[in-house]
Design a protein around this ligand. Structure first.
Ligand code: URA
Length: 210
């Protein structure tokens, strides 16, 4: 994504009133990092610190994210980090389906503009954006092709802050990211087509070799 498009998108997000989250925000949190990154990470939504600073993952969960990235030789400047919703839900509640739907055009534009080799979803909301019928316990640590994008779900870093067992799982799942980046190409697709859910199977193609 070129700088002009990125700036234009940030301006549109800053002015957005598409859903009720607009009325409670301090700042919008569009996402940041390298707009041409090979790796994109998508979280749930801004929390208190993100809402104050206008940047994603700057609180405790963000510190853990930085650490996990550091352990695989990556910095925040080398990746692009954003969220499913760009405004903080009140009291850090879960984002609601209509709020996620309102924010969809922004995330889709970011994904299509960046065309990352790999999309790491942090937690179940970002995972369900692409893979609506799976659970995080079943799908974390497994790369799946969905709509032409390579999706790699992992647990949300906040879960790693709460439980050592989760931290170990997160660490293990992060360790596989370099291998995906080394063996994948940027996708040819230029749009995000998501599975709307409904039927039980199939959804996405599990990459057995990965
Ligand atoms: N949790 C998220 O999902 N996103 C953030 O930006 C911060 C915490």
């Amino acid at each position: 994504m070129d700088a002009e498009n990125q700036h234009d998108l940030e301006v549109r997000i800053a002015a957005c009133t598409r859903c009720r989250l607009a009325s409670g925000r301090t700042r919008t949190v569009p996402g940041d990092g390298d707009p041409n990154a090979e790796l994109m990470l998508i979280g749930e939504g801004p929390g208190f610190n993100e809402d104050q600073q206008g940047r994603p993952f700057v609180g405790q969960a963000g510190k853990l994210l930085d650490k996990l990235l550091g352990e695989i030789g990556l910095t925040r400047e080398q990746v692009f980090v954003t969220n499913v919703v760009k405004c903080r839900p009140p009291n850090n509640r879960d984002p609601e389906a209509d709020e996620i739907a309102s924010c969809e055009p922004y995330l889709d534009e970011q994904i299509a503009g960046i065309r990352p080799k790999l999309i790491v979803t942090l937690g179940r909301f970002a995972m369900n954006y692409f893979l609506p019928r799976t659970t995080i316990s079943r799908s974390h640590g497994r790369a799946t092709q969905a709509g032409g994008w390579l999706i790699y779900p992992v647990y949300h870093p906040a879960a790693g802050l709460r439980q050592t067992r989760m931290l170990n799982v997160l660490r293990e799942d992060f360790q596989r990211i370099p291998e995906f980046l080394a063996t994948s190409d940027r996708p040819e697709v230029t749009a995000v087509e998501r599975d709307a859910g409904g039927a039980e199977e199939p959804q996405g193609t599990q990459l057995s070799l990965l």
